[in-house]
Design a protein around this ligand. Structure first.
Ligand SMILES: NC(=O)c1ccc[n+]([C@@H]2O[C@H](COP(=O)([O-])OP(=O)(O)OC[C@H]3O[C@@H](n4cnc5c(N)ncnc54)[C@H](OP(=O)(O)O)[C@@H]3O)[C@@H](O)[C@H]2O)c1
Length: 274
């Protein structure tokens, strides 16, 4: 999802978009062939093992892609001059904090996916020129996501059960891609950007609130039954609090991303119900 949005957003640069079909990041020789001989100014590393529940049973595979794969990409870049942008997640936190997480808060992932993404962060953080972007609850075209799933289910069912005790920010891939592109521009102009940045759409909600918003926008009457995380038998635990503070990004860029309701409305109108 994010890689496709970024490829569209970054067109003013000379870009090389890579996907698993033409380059597997767990295969060093495939990476070397693809990027080993190119002088790159920046790499945005979006590729990941993203099946949060699947990772609980496939621990090795999650770490093979998210940690070793990241190591391979870093090695293949083969230049200390290149900016490395690593895309990370709210799932590095345990969710026990009562307010929004800042970039300085202590990490403590509850699941394998979060731990494997954190291992990738640690590798990125060793580089002189790195930016780690923590985001949450992504949606957009080119992939499965909560919003398109709820829109599809709500059409078929009279009632759906949705978790009400996890709070976070839905994030539109196009809005995040613009923010990443702006950070890269600032980096090239000023060269001072480094470290972790939280970036999501503005505002917070629970999954149940988000589902109700989707249903309302769809003009449907489907009932949302609120359930607790524990009632939904899923392999991976999720943080109850996924709220990320975006003050650091705002101080750098001068703006906040659009509120999540606007972003969801745009996605539904232009990609789900069109
Ligand atoms: N989705 C979310 O809610 C969310 C939240 C926070 C952070 N993030 C992070 O944001 C980034 C983008 O996520 P997304 O939602 O756009 O996920 P996505 O649509 O699943 O994209 C991940 C991409 O990585 C590719 N990939 C997997 N293994 C690979 C390998 N060995 N070599 C090369 N490519 C490989 C996948 O290809 P295949 O599909 O062919 O396997 C897929 O195209 C990821 O780093 C993710 O951890 C996502």
């Amino acid at each position: 999802m994010l890689g496709a949005a970024l490829s569209a957003q970054l067109r003013r640069y000379d870009i090389l978009g890579i996907d698993k079909e033409n380059c597997d990041i767990t295969d060093k020789s495939s990476l070397a062939k693809k990027i080993g001989n190119i002088k790159l100014d920046a790499v945005v590393h979006c590729a990941a093992y993203t099946d949060v529940d699947g990772a609980e049973a496939s621990i090795k595979e999650a770490f093979r892609v998210n940690e070793e794969g990241t190591k391979n990409v870093i090695e293949a870049i083969n230049s200390k001059e290149c900016l490395f942008v690593y895309i990370s997640t709210d799932y590095v936190f345990d969710g026990n904090k009562k307010t929004a997480y800042t970039e300085e808060d202590i990490v403590n992932p509850l699941n394998v996916y979060g731990a494997s993404k954190l291992a990738g962060e640690a590798l990125a953080a060793k580089l002189n020129r790195h930016i780690i972007i923590r985001t949450s609850w992504l949606f957009g075209p080119n992939g499965k996501n909560f919003i398109s799933t709820i829109a599809r289910l709500a059409k078929k069912k009279e009632a759906i059960s949705v978790v009400c005790d996890q709070t976070g920010s839905p994030t539109y891939t196009f809005d995040l891609a613009k923010a990443i592109s702006d950070i890269i521009d600032i980096y090239f102009k000023k060269g001072v950007v480094s470290g972790i940045y939280n970036i999501t759409n503005t505002g917070f909600c629970s999954w149940a609130e988000l589902a109700r918003y989707i249903i309302r926008e769809a003009g449907l009457k489907t009932l949302v039954t609120e359930i607790k995380s524990e009632e939904l038998k899923r392999a991976a635990k999720r943080p109850k609090n996924s709220m990320l503070s975006k003050e650091k990004f705002k101080a750098l860029s001068g703006y906040n991303l659009p509120i999540w309701q606007e972003a969801v409305k745009h996605y539904l109108k232009n990609y789900v119900f069109k």
